[in-house]
Design a protein around this ligand. Structure first.
Ligand SMILES: C[S@@+](CC[C@H](N)C(=O)[O-])C[C@H]1O[C@@H](n2cnc3c(N)ncnc32)[C@H](O)[C@@H]1O
Length: 266
């Protein structure tokens, strides 16, 4: 399959998931975001972004989903936020949430690999979070896009699922058995839906999820002209899909943060 075939296949499953997610959470988010300054970001994400500084900054988020993180970033002080996602159905929810929050957010439906060049050097900060990298069949090409979105000396902040999670299936055993190679290259193909909020299963079009090791991620960031500023690992689940791991006796790393800055010549 070509890169665009994976995106097209995943899009079918994301558009199908949008009403499922909205049934569970949209009313709650509409209420929360109608409160001035409301943020869904946890302490780790908030500290990470505040550490870089948001006030007056333009922030871009590829794979923004329903915009809940980006609207929160606007509420924390960013001057303008740009969200990119392939799913029109999720972006419709993003616009609803942004409207009730009166947030300075703009959302564009696009495959991230095809973000138009008019957005080159538009952002002071690109935020990559919770379940974005795994949808990317080609990580170096994705990082090319991140780099071109950023102005010279712009920042990249990541708060992502740890790639060690790719070694486990969702079997809720303590300890969880290792099932897959950390270095797996073929995508995980699933057909049981994308309801990571409530964990309901339903028949879905096939989804394609890609394993990227920490070496791929951190090495890729360095190879793209960024200076690494911080890197940390944590033992709490941010995905919803591996929530049971928060209760394990002995936990693997479950998520990580990274911040990096582009050189002065972009
Ligand atoms: C797990 S969700 C992100 C959730 C978000 N971080 C949050 O916590 O609310 C992943 C998103 O990536 C989007 N996506 C997947 N592949 C994409 C692509 N090639 N281009 C743009 N968006 C993509 C999906 O539509 C989905 O909204």
């Amino acid at each position: 399959m070509q890169r665009s075939d994976y995106t097209a296949a995943n899009l079918r499953a994301w558009d199908q998931a949008a009403p499922v997610h909205s049934r569970h959470r949209l009313d709650q988010w509409l209420t929360e975001f109608s409160q001035p300054g409301w943020s869904c970001l946890d302490e780790v994400a908030t500290g990470l972004l505040r550490g870089i500084g948001l006030r007056g900054r333009v922030v871009a988020q590829p794979c923004c989903n329903n915009g809940r993180e980006l609207i929160s970033i606007a509420n924390l002080g960013a001057s303008h936020c740009l969200g990119f996602d392939v799913s029109a159905a999720f972006l419709e929810q993003a616009r609803q949430l942004s409207d009730v929050a009166h947030a300075p957010c703009e959302f564009l439906q696009t495959d991230v690999y095809a973000i138009p060049n008019r957005f080159d050097r538009c952002a002071d900060l690109v935020y990559i979070s919770i379940g974005s990298l795994g949808w990317m069949p080609d990580l170096p090409a994705f990082l090319d896009v991140v780099r071109r979105l950023l102005r010279p000396e712009g920042w990249l902040a990541m708060y992502e699922m740890h790639p060690m999670l790719g070694m486990f299936d969702n079997e809720e055993q303590d300890p969880p058995p290792l099932r897959h190679s950390y270095f797996r290259r073929e995508p995980f193909v699933e057909t049981d839906g994308l309801d990571y909020w409530e964990g309901t299963r339903y028949e879905s079009p096939p989804t394609y999820w890609f394993q990227h090791t920490l070496g791929d991620i951190v090495g890729g960031v360095l190879d793209h002209g960024f200076r690494l500023h911080s890197f940390r690992e944590y033992d709490h689940d941010i995905s919803g899909a591996f929530a049971y791991m928060d209760r394990l006796t002995v936990r693997p790393p479950l998520c990580f943060t990274l911040t990096a800055q582009l050189g002065g010549d972009g």
